[in-house]
Design a protein around this ligand. Sequence first.
Ligand code: WT7
Length: 648
Amino acid sequence: MQQLFKPNKAFAKDARIKNMCEYEELAEWAKEDYEGFWEHFAKEKLDWIKPFENVLDESNAPFVKWFDGGKLNVATQCIDRHLDSRKNKAAIIFEGDRGDKQIITYLELYYNVNRFANLLKNEFNVKKGDRVVIYMPMIPEAAYAMLACARIGAIHSVVFGGFSAEALRDRIEDADAKVVITADGAYRKGKPYMLKPVVDKALEENTPIEKVLVVQRNFEDIEWVSGRDYSYNELITSQAPVCEAEAMESEDPLFLLYTSGSTGKPKGVQHSQAGYILWAQMTMEWVFDVKENDTYWCTADIGWITGHTYIVYGPLAMGATTVMFEGVPTYPDAGRAWKMVEEYKINQFYTAPTAIRVLHKMGEDEPKKYDLNSLKVLGTVGEPIDPPAWRWYYEVVGNSQCSIVDTYWQTETGGHIISPIASATPIKPACATLPLPGIMAEILDPETGEKVEVGQKGYMCVTRPWPSQIRNVWGDEQRYKKSYYGDVKKDGKAVYFTGDGAVYDENGYITITGRTDDVINVSGHRLGTAEIEAAIKKHSNVAEVAVVGKPHDIKGEAIFAYVVLKSDNGVADEVEELKAINNTIKQEIGNIALCDDIIFAPGLPKTRSGKIMRRILRSLAKGEAITQDISTLEDPSIVAKLEALIQS
Ligand code: WT7
């Protein structure tokens, strides 16, 4: 049996969940009285404007309602209710790329968010239920924007700043948004970069956007379209510092966040008000055990769900101090992150395996140069972490004193679903361990719907609805049902399937083995191969394309494309074609989807019915020998040809 690492005793002693007995008690309670469990926490953790009447309504499953009849406001949960006891406490500590700093107290946050809310309401006529796209760098105004929307009941859709104009336009159109909030640009590695020109390009064609609000961050020159574009810096000063919070129904949508699936366009994952904020707060408290005087830092970008739940909503809902960082952890050197941990006395540090691998590679002993004694909990999220990276994180960064929480979840789950509890769960390298209390997660056999045996791979499922789960794919109920409730049935009932494979060990611990579908994970960014293929196909000389993921030391997975060109006289100029293809991807999606390898193939391995055999392509990309039967292929000789091309 593999060694388990126990939580630090001093840390566990006064934690919220002190040991596995307390964990078991909570988990049992949820199993025995599911609604009672959730009712208790919804009443204890949230401030209701109007109490809810019903805990869970699953009569129209998989469309579910939690805490129906209740009214609340998420911005109030995150700000107003802390003003009595935490008025002058730091809510957000901001560090810019160039080392500039800001500390925003809860009272300041209250005024900033209220002014922002008034601006949206009074100047732009944003109303409850309207969609607002936020295309922003990592600056405090991004958090104000999200909370301002929440305050007035507008539905925000944050689009990651690395997405291209095309990708931004698709998301604007799908959500039918009326306002974009952006910045002129920001700073990366000491230099200004621009965002507003991307917005301009996205809006060149007809879109539903009426107004663009521009936060001036780097004060570079930008175009201003009269009657459409407004400066936040100018408008904000005249806004009243108090804006009444809208009373929202529990099930009103709080936000949309677009994410990739295995087919088609990205889907707008729709989250609710009450259920989402409840679980954001509970997981912050349970998993990280953040204390009143702690300083917590999550390095994610607000463009992803981790930035929503674990930089903005979760930490603020519990009244914590959250660090927001504009830069990259490797600039100006590999000690940047550790220097910040030392300077701000960070107690919980939460990042992605890809960052851990880079920091490890760049400076094995770098953490030792800094005083990292404040650290109590280390977190990882976004992709499976490999044992060597895990060990370095544990031993060198955490000095073998900190629990590592390998938090498994997704955009759709709203918050963690499988994760160690830092103060209770004995951990082992690269293992997400156990479902959190209240989450009925099981690894099921997709054929039988039975729980799999130890060591047998199965599908990671959740068998009961939970408060922070996705409510719908924006505007597409069929896609919601099909994407999440179409694959696995337990006792004849469709259950939520995550898209990931997983396996139990002899302790009952869960290890996530990765996606079972055509979704790839590049540096923790989720991309659908279908989406990348569609982008490549826009290049006029491409006849056919297949994209697969290939293991990569730093990024986890890299993108490998097999491209069949139209010109039958072969590739005129390989370098030029490569450039042109990557340029198309850059325009259609953004730099995050650029291919590491592109092979110009004479054809693709297909069955006689024309289905591309991706399994073969994946094996070839990895350099594995092909052992499966290829005699059923339309043209078996293609495999040897591709093999030769890849090796050359
Ligand atoms: C996919 C979700 C969760 C926030 C960031 C990504 C993979 C996530 C882990 C983990 C193994 C993980 C899964 C999941 N994933 N966390 N701890 N161990 N895999 O959110 O973009 O919605 O991606 O990331 O494959 O389905 P996302």
